[in-house]
Design a protein around this ligand. Structure first.
Ligand code: NAD
Ligand code: TYD
Length: 363
């Protein structure tokens, strides 16, 4: 690719969804590591997008923020051309399973139609430049496309058949299939990563880990779905960013990599860990020990029982391994939520309260 004799040519990239949780962490990571690159953040600023997260970077010459929709083809065409883009890293999505159950339409629109719009615009842009072999379209996806595992099943590999169970995972699976088809049919230089559950700074309050951290700090009930025995494989968000970096710089086009941290934890055990960390680190909790707040609530419809990622291919091909264990990553995350009330407090808006009422009516 661009590395020859150790010299790296600066890239010109669009990051879609760069004001969301993982996208914004990626923008911070990339701008810190590759300050010579031009970074254009394209984000519609839905309820999950927050420009404040990347605001500290906006004064810098190499970052441009554009508020816009990935379904807006003329806007995408214009940005690809005027910014002379050679790399597109695609995070933008509707990402929350519970919202996909309440309203699946937005998931099909953004995740399927939006990804198609980006692929088609990028293909025309790549053709207009005579198909350079340095261009890349990196699609960020999820392990949820593989469906649910039984307790003794082996972890998902890149060849596990797709079996999505929620409107969210089905729409992500649809986008993955389009990416695959664009490589297979047109030779578009695509890359894809399917990652397990992320956690860390700038995570919107609706997801399990930030929701529990914030509710502990506010002394509110901690709603655990069903029996709390569902298993997720947790990865610290910066490790996801370094994995995407490794794939962009090291993989050949058309490849797919699973990304995970080998950190399978049952939900109830995870909530206990968060309670223990808060008890230890937070000086004035409204309720202590925080465990008293744990409340079992009605299960999520179609709730996948277990996800687990086998990331051997990424380690073998590209030498990637995560830097954080679940214990070190959770400690950092709890400290972050403790010290960044100014970031999360404004997100508990009326819209968020209305959503919360719908999902947690009984809590
Ligand atoms: P997020 O919901 O926090 O952020 C999504 C961002 O996309 C927001 O900033 C939002 O404003 C933007 N967006 C939504 N619709 C848009 C549209 N039509 N046009 C432009 N921007 C739009 O999501 P996240 O957790 O950061 O996830 C990012 C990506 O990573 C998603 O594709 C998701 O499927 C994938 N992923 C997430 C996880 C996880 O644990 N969060 C794990 C694996 C993969
Ligand atoms: P979540 O963070 O929504 O991620 P995903 O559904 O994409 O894995 O949820 C993680 C796990 O936590 C999942 O098994 C559902 C469970 N969960 C709860 O038990 N209570 C909650 O309030 C939430 C949001 C999630």
């Amino acid at each position: 690719m661009t590395e020859q004799l150790g010299i790296r040519t600066p890239r010109r990239l669009i990051v879609t969804g760069g004001a969301g949780f993982i996208g914004a962490n990626f923008v911070h990571y990339w701008c810190g590591k590759y300050p010579g690159d031009r970074v254009v953040v394209l984000d519609a600023l839905t309820y999950a997008g927050n420009r404040a997260t990347i605001a500290p970077l906006e004064g810098k010459a190499n970052l441009r923020f554009v508020q816009g929709d990935i379904c807006d083809r003329p806007l995408i065409d214009q940005l690809l051309k005027e910014e002379d883009i050679d790399l597109l890293v695609h995070f933008a999505a509707e990402s929350h399973v519970d919202r996909s159950i309440l309203g699946p339409g937005a998931f099909v629109q953004t995740n399927v139609v939006g990804t198609f719009t980006l692929l088609e615009a990028f293909r025309q842009h790549w053709l207009a430049h005579d198909q350079p072999d340095t261009f890349r379209f990196h699609h960020v996806s999820t392990d949820e496309v593989y469906g649910s595992l039984e307790p003794d099943d082996p972890a998902f590999t890149e060849t596990t058949p797709y079996a999505p169970n929620s409107p969210y995972s089905a729409s992500k699976a649809g986008s993955d299939h389009l990416v695959r088809a664009y490589h297979h049919t047109y030779g578009l230089p695509t890359l894809m990563t399917n990652c397990s559950n992320n956690y860390g700074p700038y995570h919107f309050p609706e997801k399990l880990i930030p929701l529990m951290c914030i509710n502990i700090l506010l002394g509110k009930p901690l709603p655990v779905y069903g029996d709390g025995q569902n298993v997720r494989d947790w990865l610290y968000v910066e490790d996801h960013c370094s994995a995407i970096d490794a794939v962009i710089h090291g993989s050949k086009p058309g490849e797919t990599y699973n990304v995970g941290g080998n950190n399978e934890v049952k939900n109830l055990d995870l909530v206990h860990k968060l309670c223990d960390l808060m008890d230890e680190l937070a000086p004035d909790l409204p309720v202590r020990p925080a465990k008293q707040l744990i409340t079992f609530v009605k299960d999520r419809p179609g709730h996948d029982r277990r996800y687990a990622i086998n990331a051997t291919k990424l380690k073998t091909d590209l030498g990637w391994t995560p830097a954080q264990t679940v214990d070190s990553g959770l400690r950092q995350t709890v400290l972050w939520y403790l010290n960044h009330r100014d970031w999360w407090q404004p997100l508990l808006s009326q819209e968020y309260q209305a959503y919360y009422q719908k999902v947690y009516a009984s809590v």
